[in-house]
Design a protein around this ligand. Structure first.
Ligand code: SPV
Ligand code: MG
Length: 290
């Protein structure tokens, strides 16, 4: 089965698939072992890992290289965040074919202008492209993928841009018409009211995807209860968890002038060896080195 078929099956079987963000293969492996159905190859996380804003500063190649490396190390589907598609519909076709070859299970394209600004930033520059233009991008994405290639998830930023629920619905419907497999509706409201209102009035069969970073009260059981949400993406919890723990450990080492007490609190070097598949390498050494 291809990655997209696995993702589609998971949504059909579970009702709701869950994806955890990753910024490298190691974080993706940890998410896979924690039991997530899929990996979100997040533009925000990779930008943060490079120490730059999530504002179309990284190249497609930088994101694709990391996404490919992630795909090589996990068995679960990878959902690629391709931002605005790095240009117009022609660029989108080129980009989707490349991510398809890398083995992703889905791509998410958002309806903002290039260069984009990150969605959750207060006062961010949030400009939407015309609906027809974005339909062209969705159609180009669908035309560029191979048979059973990545699902095309169309992401509307209408709520992020303050354009309102009617505009979000208009765009969601137009994107389904253009061939989108799921509609991701993003919101930066601190409560789930806005996205729940979107779901309540969504009368198409196409599943909705959410990124509940701003409204953490919306649990998976509440999402399931709507009967409309097929995918939840935890958008930045790998990089935030990593930063929390690095800050804590680094501060302790400076406070204590050494590593004696933190050594017992953090994972062992042996655990890192295992995460790197050193045991697999050792088995291959035994077999092949003569
Ligand atoms: C990302 O993780 O890159 C996303 C989600 O697109 S958000 O940062 O909330 O826009
Ligand atoms: Mg992103």
């Amino acid at each position: 089965m291809t990655a997209s078929q696995i993702l589609k099956d998971t949504i059909a079987r579970e009702g709701l698939a869950h994806a955890m963000a990753a910024h490298n293969p190691l974080s993706a492996r940890l998410a896979e072992r924690a039991g997530f159905h899929a990996i979100w190859a997040s533009g925000f996380e990779l930008s943060a890992a490079y120490g730059v804003p999530d504002a179309s500063l990284l190249s497609m190649t930088q994101h694709l290289d990391m996404t490919r490396a992630i795909c090589e190390q996990v068995a679960i589907p990878v959902i690629a965040d391709i931002d605005t598609g790095y240009g117009n519909a022609i660029n989108v076709g080129h980009v989707v074919a490349a991510y398809d070859r890398a083995g992703v299970g889905a791509v998410v394209i958002e309806d903002k202008t290039f260069p984009k600004d990150t969605s959750l930033l207060a006062g961010g520059r949030q400009e939407l492209v015309r609906i027809e233009e974005f339909q062209g991008k969705i159609e180009a994405a669908c035309a560029a993928r191979s048979k059973d290639g990545p699902l095309v998830i169309a992401r509307t930023e209408a709520l992020i841009a303050g354009a309102g629920l009617d505009e979000a619905h208009r765009r969601g419907r137009a994107y389904v018409e253009a061939g989108a497999d799921l509609i991701l509706v993003h919101s930066k409201q601190k409560t789930p009211h806005e996205v729940l209102a979107f779901c309540a009035h969504w009368d198409l069969k196409t599943p909705i995807a959410l990124v509940p970073t701003a409204y953490p009260d919306l649990t998976e059981s509440k999402m399931r209860a709507t009967g409309k949400i097929g995918l939840v993406i935890y958008g930045n919890h790998a990089i935030r968890a990593a930063v929390s723990e690095m800050k804590r450990v680094f501060a302790r080492i400076r406070e204590e002038g050494g590593i004696k007490s933190v050594d017992k609190e953090i994972v062992s070097v042996d655990e890192i060896f295992e995460l790197q598949d050193v045991p697999g390498m050792k088995a291959r050494e035994k077999r092949f080195l003569r």
